[in-house]
Design a protein. Structure first.
Length: 265
């Protein structure tokens, strides 16, 4: 067997010869067309494809909560605690609502409440949210004074809640806590009878709370007080010496005041 002659032509020489043959030329043309199609398609994709911002900072996903601290995080406090009671009567001699009733506290002591004018809700365990009106102010004052006879709370806690912060608050709370006597109040026959609106503004109401009092010349006694609008509700305002008011008590007659009569005791 003779030895096969080694073709010493280089790669490029063989390529040139291949292009000169007709079948190869046809194949080359087909290949060239396909290559051009691929190149054009790639160019088109490069033009219309969305541009990627290589310098954009990747968005970091929120880390999972630490199991050790997850249970210690408290939910946010509700933001809707404001009093928003519908006010229908702003006169100084308002009509008594049909839903007026009397709440009973220690030793049978009672005071007026209304579902429509106040209290309309409970906040931190205390009757709260009174209408921003003369009637709402009077109901708030009665509840503030008589809250010390509510067995649900101590006298100190009730007065600290219902009395507005002032230089005389601590003295007023301390004095009331010492002299409070629900049984003596009940047996004296002194019960809420009505009120007089001495002056009223959106943030302050000067009132005279009227109580029945058998030993009074008229059968009634009036005690002046002031309530102010603080944190979306009425609060008792006391003097710097802790007293409820500077004026002396009065002895109004029936007809001189708006009566709580009609409420169910």
């Amino acid at each position: 067997m003779s030895k096969r002659e080694r073709n010493t032509d280089g790669f490029w020489a063989r390529a040139r010869r291949g292009w000169n043959s007709k079948p190869t030329a046809i194949g080359a043309v087909v290949i060239l067309v396909l290559v051009m199609i691929v190149v054009l398609a790639s160019t088109a994709l490069g033009i219309f494809a969305p541009v990627r911002d290589e310098q954009a900072t990747p968005t970091a996903s929120a880390p999972d909560p630490d199991p050790a601290t997850a249970e210690s995080v408290s939910p946010p406090e509700p933001s809707s605690r404001a009093c928003d009671v519908t006010v229908s009567d702003t006169s100084s001699k308002p009509s008594i609502p049909a839903d007026l009733t009397f709440k009973t506290g220690v030793a049978g002591v009672t005071w007026p409440v209304s579902k429509s004018a106040g209290p309309t809700m409970t906040i931190d365990g205390f009757d709260s949210c009174f209408a921003r009106s003369p009637l709402g102010a009077a109901l708030a004052a009665q509840s503030a004074i008589y809250s010390q006879y509510d067995p649900a709370h101590s006298i100190t806690d009730s007065l600290n809640h219902y009395i507005a912060d002032s230089p005389g608050k601590a003295a007023s709370v301390a004095l009331s806590a010492k002299t409070n006597d629900a049984e003596a109040l009940r047996t004296s026959g002194m019960n809420p009878a009505g009120f007089v609106v001495d002056a009223f503004a959106q943030d302050r109401a000067d009132l005279t709370l009227v109580f029945s009092r058998p030993d009074s010349p008229t059968g009634y006694v009036g005690i002046p007080c002031t309530v102010i609008w603080v944190n979306d509700d009425w609060r008792i305002h006391v003097l710097d010496n802790g007293e409820l008011a500077s004026g002396r008590g009065t002895t109004p007659s029936k007809g001189d005041f708006v009566a709580w009569e009609g409420g169910q005791r």
